[in-house]
Design a protein around this ligand. Structure first.
Ligand code: DTR
Ligand code: CA
Ligand code: ZN
Ligand code: ZN
Length: 429
């Protein structure tokens, strides 16, 4: 049983920690949990209370916006996310973006999901866009509850000043170094996902993201339509403009639901999808629970599916299958691999496949040692990760290391009562 605390060191490499003991689906990804609608609605109640206590809105430059951000940030900090508040100035007021990184995953493949947190000044903005903000928040909290350890690095974002012209998200993208932009494998946007007379629209941008959503909705027997008014209309625009694959969900704003749409989705034809769009009546009464629930679950499905897919192509491997016992709460052990016949340095995406059989894997600290002794942290200990075994592939930027030589996997059990062994490990160049 793990009794030691967490090791302080943060991973020095692009660790892709082991996967939880969750259900695999047929394509090798992990099945997402159901997102509790009650949790999502509890966030909306908080946003409503915040608006009521702050002049009736949560708009950029008003106290209700920062109070909304503080609420979301506190939830994420408590759930183990690494949060960052990014400030900007617009129309004479300070604006704020909230970025939340889930530790681990491949930093060269960052999967993002976001929603604008600001409302218009005329109302509480519960559907626009408390709904998207709450769905993204609850999905992030579900990642924490599951202690998900996906192959990609997960990053969640809440944008400021969208209503004034996509200001916060544009500021984020414009200030993201080009090397970091290149690492963003996709951005998923949720803006108005609980409209009272809902349609089910999927952004028709990146085909892979679109397919994930359309397949999920098909799986629950709900037809979808391509979101046709979205281009440039919400926070995905800035990501799309720099070539980042984008996607998203939308339940409609002031446009009118047609009779054909009402026939497939229910609701009222000839009426707006959201008659309270940008109005003071956009309160907690302005939400369709089924739409909010479905879109929250659809987002979780996309994060789990896109976040845990095994992405990497085959390479040349070296493997050691000799078992090495790991003594309980004692000194580290190593297992060696000699690489020869290669030229130059190791790659920037050196794959380290590990298969460690060990109860309460949170006891374990795992490092890769390069031939010159340089240590790359693959996995930290965790006092809360009680699952068994570390069976995963980490990606390490080993481009500063010569490829040939003796590489070692170093494993230490830093807490009492659980034991195990290195079953096998391999390097793939
Ligand atoms: N601009 C968004 C509402 C909006 C209008 N059309 C779309 C299409 C896709 C996403 C969002 C929207 C706002 O008022 O926040
Ligand atoms: Ca749900
Ligand atoms: Zn709006
Ligand atoms: Zn919006």
């Amino acid at each position: 049983m793990a009794v030691a605390g967490l090791l302080a060191a943060s991973p020095t490499s692009s660790a892709m920690p082991d996967r939880p003991a969750a259900a695999d689906v047929s394509d090798g990804t992990l099945a997402a949990p159901d997102i509790p609608l009650s949790n999502v609605k509890a966030h909306l109640t908080q946003f409503q209370s915040i608006a009521t206590a702050n002049g009736g809105n949560r708009a950029h430059g008003r106290t209700g916006y920062k109070a909304s951000l503080d609420y979301v940030k506190a939830k994420l900090d408590a759930a183990g996310f690494t949060t960052t508040v990014q400030q900007f100035t617009y129309s004479g007021s300070t604006g704020y973006n909230l970025i939340a990184d889930w530790p681990g995953g491949d930093p060269n493949q960052v999967l993002m999901a976001g929603a604008h947190l600001d409302s218009v000044s005329s109302g509480a903005g519960i559907n626009d866009n408390g709904s998207g903000s709450a769905a993204v928040l609850e999905t992030a909290l579900a990642v924490s509850r599951a202690q998900l350890q996906p192959t990609k690095h997960l990053r969640f974002a809440w944008w400021g000043a969208e209503e004034l012209g996509l200001v916060g998200s544009r500021y984020y993208v414009n200030n993201l170094p080009s090397t970091d932009r290149a690492r963003v494998s996709g951005y998923i946007n949720l803006d108005m996902v609980g409209s009272p007379n809902p349609g089910y629209f999927v952004y028709d941008d990146d085909p892979a993201i679109e397919k994930v959503f359309k397949d999920w909705y098909a799986g629950i027997g709900v037809p979808t339509e391509i979101e046709t008014e979205g281009d440039g209309r919400s926070d995905h625009a800035s990501f799309k403009n720099v070539g980042i694959p984008v996607g998203g969900l939308f339940t409609g704003a002031s446009r009118t639901k047609t009779s054909a749409q009402a026939a497939k989705w229910g609701g009222t034809s000839g009426h707006a999808f959201d008659r309270c769009y940008h109005s003071s009546c956009d309160t907690t009464t302005n939400i369709n629970d089924t739409a909010l629930d479905r879109n929250s679950d659809a987002l979780a499905h996309a994060i789990w599916t896109l976040g845990t897919a095994e992405p990497l192509p085959p390479g040349e491997s070296y493997e050691n299958t000799t078992d090495v016992a790991i003594p309980d709460n004692a000194a580290a052990v190593t297992s060696a691999l000699t690489v020869s016949g290669r030229t130059g340095n190791a790659p920037a995406a050196l794959r380290v496949g590990v298969d460690i059989k060990h109860t309460w894997r949170g006891d374990l600290v795992v490092d890769l040692l390069a031939p010159d002794g340089t240590a790359y942290r693959l996995k930290n200990s965790s006092s809360s990760d009680s699952a068994d075994n570390v069976i995963t592939t980490y990606t390490v930027d080993a481009s500063s290391e010569t490829a040939n030589g003796t590489w070692r996997l170093r494993v230490q059990d830093v807490a009492a009562q659980d034991t195990g062994y290195i079953d096998s490990w391999k390097l793939t160049f």
